[in-house]
Design a protein. Structure first.
Length: 495
């Protein structure tokens, strides 16, 4: 059975999705979704362990040898991404049981879990496949199910948010499939490993450079890099709370992985940074995203939108590490994929607890919640401190490596910007903390509706909060994995 773990990583959630739809029972569907998510995490951890000890795993679908057949190829880079996605899914799935019953129409709940599992299947498939056209197929699976999940929000604006995401997501996917088509025209292959061998022979071709441009725009739109981020704030703000927590922690991370995989593995670092000057394009975009989106977040009154704009800024940090064109910088990017998933997952899940009790995440509505919902707001504070980059949290580890990468290149002004934007993050996090802890509760003091959230919501939230602290204080293992993955991407040397 262990030989088939690569394909089971995708098959388990794929088969569980229609099962949830056929059950037509909310609790039974929830149990299936939880078990599938936990199974996906166990498989992902097993694959990471196998890759760390034995090297690259190649699985030929239907025993058709690559590059003719479809290959699932697992190295340390995508094994790391699989663990990130599956970890968040395993925490969010049990959280959904209570949250979804409160925010989604009951008759749609089994279909909700089916869409969630299809989204999970698509994200895992993008990460594990070694075939570029399969990347597009799984991208469409995850995107279409994400549109449906967002549209299930209780507010009418969820429909318009899903429609905007649909339009911009479709544009991004079109750019990506055009880029893949151009690569196929030039090489006659869709296998990633084969493309990496064949492309250097046609680097000078205008078609390859055009393909590179199409793929770059498509990936940047999917990962919401400024200024292609317009779909993200509304999608996060109006989706059901559990959907926001899942999407914010996984979807953009997988999109960053796609960019890294195509540009550094298929095209190669010498072509991307030498011929196409990728670092010179991404550096200013990343810096503008970090500064401008942090400033926009400060003025938001809806805390979901505040954290959504913060996510665009955090994506800027990930792209900033890539723009350093070094192992240290790329280590920072890969670390922040994991660390940001933990911190933003915890923050959005804490907000879901607030929505469950008071039905709003407006800053004014959260006045006095520090005393009425102490565990929920404590979770938000820890997640906020991690977002700022306070020592002993995962956010500090990410920014430490970013600053090291900047100083290694001699770019001390960039290091200063990273530090200054941490202060901006402190400002917008403090706005929520100030309302919760230093302003009186504005509702009826005898009203029990604003009491603490149930433990079915708090327990998964605090699992991610605990992970923020644990991996902030003990980052040796995660840093080692990220550094080895960075070496593989930059040099092609490693497991």
């Amino acid at each position: 059975m262990s030989v088939h773990l690569p394909v089971l990583q995708v098959v388990v959630p794929l088969l569980a999705a229609p099962l949830c739809a056929f059950l037509r029972n909310a609790r039974a569907a929830a149990i299936v979704a939880v078990l599938a998510s936990w199974t996906a995490l166990a498989i992902a951890l097993s694959l990471l362990g196998d890759v760390m000890s034995a090297g690259v795993i190649s699985y030929a679908i239907g025993d058709w040898a690559p590059p003719i057949g479809i290959e699932y190829r697992v190295d340390i880079v995508n094994a790391w991404v699989l663990v990130i996605v599956a970890t968040i899914a395993s925490a969010v799935a049990p959280y959904m049981i209570t949250s979804v019953e409160d925010e989604v129409e009951r008759r749609r709940i089994p279909l909700f879990y089916a869409a969630y599992l299809l989204c999970l299947c698509g994200l895992l498939g993008i990460a594990i496949t070694g075939d570029v056209f399969n990347v597009f197929v799984f991208l469409e699976i995850s995107s279409l199910s994400a549109y449906a999940l967002i549209a299930m929000g209780t507010r009418r604006r969820a429909l318009t948010a899903a429609f905007r995401y649909l339009i911009m997501g479709s544009v991004g996917a079109t750019f990506i499939v055009i880029g893949i088509g151009l690569l196929y025209v030039m090489t006659g292959s869709l296998n990633m490993a084969d493309l990496a061998v064949l492309l250097p022979e046609v680097w000078d071709s205008r078609t390859v450079k055009v393909a590179y441009g199409f793929l770059g725009v498509g990936f940047c739109l999917k990962l919401a890099l400024f200024p292609l981020h317009l779909w993200l704030p509304n999608a996060y703000a109006f989706a059901p709370s559990s959907v926001t927590a899942f999407m914010a922690s996984t979807a953009t991370k997988v999109a960053v992985y796609m960019l890294l995989r195509f540009f550094l593995t298929i095209f190669g670092a010498p072509f991307s940074f030498g011929v196409m000057a990728l670092d010179r394009v991404l550096l200013p975009l990343a810096l503008v995203a970090i500064v401008s989106m942090s400033l926009v977040a400060i003025f938001q009154v809806d805390v979901k939108r505040l954290l959504a704009y913060s996510s665009v800024a955090q994506i800027g940090y990930m792209i900033l590490g890539l723009s350093f064109a070094s192992v240290t910088g790329l280590t920072a990017t890969l670390l922040h994929l994991f660390n940001h998933a933990l911190m933003k997952g915890a923050l959005f899940m804490a907000l879901g607890c607030v929505v469950y009790r008071i039905g709003s995440v407006h800053i004014d509505a959260m006045a006095g919640l520090g005393r009425r919902m102490p565990f929920t707001m404590a979770a938000f504070v820890v997640g906020g401190l991690s977002l700022v980059g306070v020592p002993l949290t995962v956010g500090f580890v990410s920014k430490w490596f970013l600053i090291l990468g900047a100083l290694e290149r001699g770019w001390w002004p960039v290091a200063v910007i990273v530090l200054l934007t941490s202060v901006l993050a402190l400002v917008y996090v403090w706005r929520v903390v100030e309302a919760a802890y230093f302003r009186p509760y504005e509702g009826d003091e005898g009203d029990e509706g604003a009491g603490e959230a149930p433990w079915s919501l708090l327990a998964p939230t605090w699992v991610l909060v605990g992970a923020n602290l644990y991996f902030g204080m003990n980052a040796v293992r995660t840093a080692q994995v990220a550094e080895r993955a960075a070496e593989v991407l930059m040099t092609g040397v490693g497991p």
